[in-house]
Design a protein around this ligand. Structure first.
Ligand SMILES: [Zn+2]
Length: 257
């Protein structure tokens, strides 16, 4: 007994008391109790005991947080996009207001979006704020501990090429892009796309089937049907996808939405 007391004092514990709650864990049905630990400095701590469910839940949450930070670090974001939020997005047109509302809804209902595998394409010319909205979605979901990854298509292609040249293997970024709860793929079609880029994009879009992806693009539907290969990519991207146009009526007339 002395030994136990000495041990407890070594941890700064004065005494512990156990209170039986007469309730059972809803998950595993074991009887629960509260252990109150009184430390030698007078502070107290209460811990639920009797089953491992809560400890498991805490461990899972910790793991989720660690994963989220990995995807946060793996994101390739230039300028101050890592700091962008929806609150600092200035909606000046009706379309931008609609886009802002959709982005907010997507974040707030992300579990549902994941279940329904919903994607978004933000489509519009340079300077309409599509990257801001997409970055803000990623940033806010990352803070909520989702595995949220951001990169532009050109940055992604660069990484893939570089690694393939050096090691003859696919870059770890491919695995991350495949695994992310949310992938934001920015700047699809920013330049005229090479065959290699189109085929890598197709591979990635395929790998993301069943997961949530947010694209930004300045391509309109005519650009996307300009070649058979692009058309094939576009068809996949459009599956289960809301197209949010940020650019006035020209784009609507072209029949993208
Ligand atoms: Zn339990």
């Amino acid at each position: 007994m002395d030994t136990i007391n000495e041990m407890m004092q070594g941890y700064g514990i004065k005494h512990t008391s156990v209170e039986h709650l007469n309730i059972k864990c809803e998950e595993c049905n074991h009887e629960l109790k509260i252990v109150t630990i009184t430390y030698t400095d007078g502070t107290q701590e209460e811990k639920r005991a009797g089953c491992v469910c809560e400890a498991t839940r805490r461990a899972n949450e910790k793991q989720k947080e660690i994963n989220a930070r990995t995807f946060d670090k793996g994101s390739i974001m230039h300028g101050d996009y890592r700091e962008k939020t929806l609150d600092d997005y200035q909606a000046e047109t009706k379309e931008q207001s609609v886009a802002l509302r959709s982005a907010r809804k997507y974040i707030d209902t992300f579990d549902e979006q994941m279940k329904n595998r919903r994607n978004i394409i933000f489509q519009g010319m340079f300077g309409t704020g599509k990257t801001h909205l997409a970055a803000a979605i990623r940033n806010e979901l990352s803070k909520k501990n989702y595995k949220a990854l951001f990169m532009s298509l050109p940055d992604y292609i660069d990484r893939v090429k570089q690694e393939f040249k050096e090691t003859n293997q696919r870059h770890p970024i491919y695995k991350m892009a495949q695994d992310a709860d949310l992938l934001v793929l920015d700047d699809v079609g920013a330049n005229r796309m090479t065959d290699f880029e189109v085929s890598e994009l197709f591979r990635l879009v395929e790998a993301r089937t069943g997961k949530c992806t947010v694209y930004t693009t300045n391509y309109d539907s005519n650009d996307f049907i300009s070649s058979r290969e692009l058309h094939r990519v576009f068809s996949r991207m459009m599956s289960n996808t809301a197209v949010i146009v940020l650019n006035g009526d020209d784009y609507r007339e072209k029949g993208l939405i």
